[in-house]
Design a protein around this ligand. Structure first.
Ligand code: HEC
Ligand code: HEC
Length: 371
């Protein structure tokens, strides 16, 4: 704390300029007197010992999270002064109330140009090595600087970032606490953002409570929905699988006959291969009740729309994933699966998906806007 006080008192507020972002009165982050214990957060043993999760849990396992590092990351995440015109922060598109995703299909950044894809919810990054809908970037620490530089998102030159942050009265002290000296670099920004985002751990939903109580806490329709999700007929859990309800693999789930023609081929746009046309990451369904709209382009507004899609409208595609074809993984057909769920089954499936919401994360002050 002493360090912080010193910095606040000996640093001058930024010079006002005609066009600069710091023209407005600089707001200071409101931080607690003693650091929140981010480093003490952990996944439950059931996650850490889960053999499937262990396979890809290594990407975050050795990354050290310090209380001061994650605190700095929190400030950076919510600070619009990381953008070229001082108006856009990570939290402009990744909203805590929406599972750190966006509640509009296409986010608006610096230029007002809508993003191509729906902003992704942020949760349980320890288990996610390949990032973005098309898995194009490997490693969270490599990813977090991309939106800062992206011309339509935050539009900032990374080479200007250290000076822009050093001009603010609060960063010198925060970097000092996190890294031992007040030098500001883009790498340190990435490290701190990575630490903060890794603290968004989603494992305290009603579903998790159910795992410990044999689902005594579930209503009848939630129980029916759970059975439908896992019964092997809907095949939902064959892709959205395990404790994190996801797959590290990307699949074609039949939203379009020809994704490239529809405007976004996903991984196909990177590889040019026909069998990647429309291949997108199988995102986690954790928090899914708060992350509407759905799919890479936010085309579905409600979970009921999603369930209706899987039930009736999977499109024929030459490389539709076998799990969504009539013959399933054992066949070589491409005819889309027709689940034809009854109205009450659809409602039950939606009710089950809602049990995956983690209200602890939604309400956590230590993940919230400090400004
Ligand atoms: C203008 C809106 C916008 C802003 C600002 C923004 N993001 Fe994003 N974010 C997106 C979109 C859209 C995607 C998905 C892009 C894609 O897949 O091509 C995304 C994806 C991500 C992902 C990938 C998640 C995953 O599961 O793969 C991470 C992590 C992320 N953003 C972190 C950040 C951080 C950190 C910041 C601030 C430095 C930030 N974002 C700022 C819109 C935004
Ligand atoms: C073949 C694998 C596969 C199966 C089976 C599958 N999904 Fe998906 N799911 C995906 C992929 C891939 C995406 C992302 C597709 C995209 O955005 O283009 C997705 C997206 C979703 C989303 C949107 C998530 C978000 O944040 O936007 C929901 C909800 C969902 N699936 C629920 C279900 C349900 C319920 C079932 C069973 C009826 C199911 N899925 C079956 C692969 C699958």
């Amino acid at each position: 704390m002493l360090v912080l006080v010193l910095f606040f008192s000996c640093r001058k507020p930024p010079e006002p300029t005609d066009d600069g972002p710091v023209e407005a009165e600089v707001r200071l982050p409101d931080l607690p007197d003693s650091l929140f214990g981010y480093s003490a957060l952990s996944f439950p043993d059931s996650w850490l010992n889960d053999s499937a999760l262990q396979l890809f849990g290594s990407s975050g396992a050795n990354i050290e999270i310090s209380d001061a590092g994650a605190t700095l990351g929190r400030v950076l995440f919510y600070d619009p002064l990381l953008s070229a015109d001082g108006t856009v922060s990570c939290s402009s598109c990744h909203l805590q109330a929406h599972g750190f995703g966006d509640n509009t299909a296409h986010s608006i950044g610096l230029t007002g140009e809508p993003s191509l894809r729906n902003a992704m919810p942020l949760a349980n990054m320890r288990y996610q090595r390949r990032l973005f809908w098309d898995a194009r970037t490997v490693g969270l620490e490599n990813q977090v600087l991309e939106p800062i530089e992206h011309p339509d998102e935050m539009g900032m030159q990374l080479s200007d970032l250290p000076d822009q942050l050093a001009a603010l009265p609060y960063y010198g002290g925060l970097f000092h606490e996190a890294f031992g000296d007040s030098v500001i670099t883009a790498d340190r920004v990435a490290t701190a953002l990575g630490q903060f985002i890794r603290c968004i751990r989603v494992h305290t939903s009603r579903y998790d409570e159910g795992l410990n109580t044999e689902f005594a806490n579930f209503t009848d329709t939630e129980l029916e929905g759970r059975a439908l999700f896992f019964n092997g007929v809907t095949r939902c859990n064959q892709c959205h699988s395990g404790l994190n309800f996801f797959s590290t693999q990307a699949f074609i789930n039949g939203l379009e006959v020809d994704y490239a023609a529809a405007g976004d081929a996903g991984i196909g746009a990177l590889t040019g291969y026909a069998d990647d046309d429309g291949r997108f990451r199988t995102v986690s369904l954790r928090n899914v009740g708060m992350t509407a709209p759905y799919m890479h382009d936010g085309r579905f507004e409600t979970l009921r729309d999603v369930v209706d899609f899987y039930s009736d409208s999977i499109a024929w595609h030459p490389y539709l994933d076998e799990r969504l074809t009539v013959t399933g993984v054992d066949g070589d057909g491409q005819e889309p699966y027709q689940l034809a769920l009854s109205p009450s089954e659809r409602e039950a499936l939606v009710d089950f998906l809602l049990t995956l919401n983690d209200m602890v994360i939604q309400d956590a002050w230590w993940l919230s806007d400090p400004f």
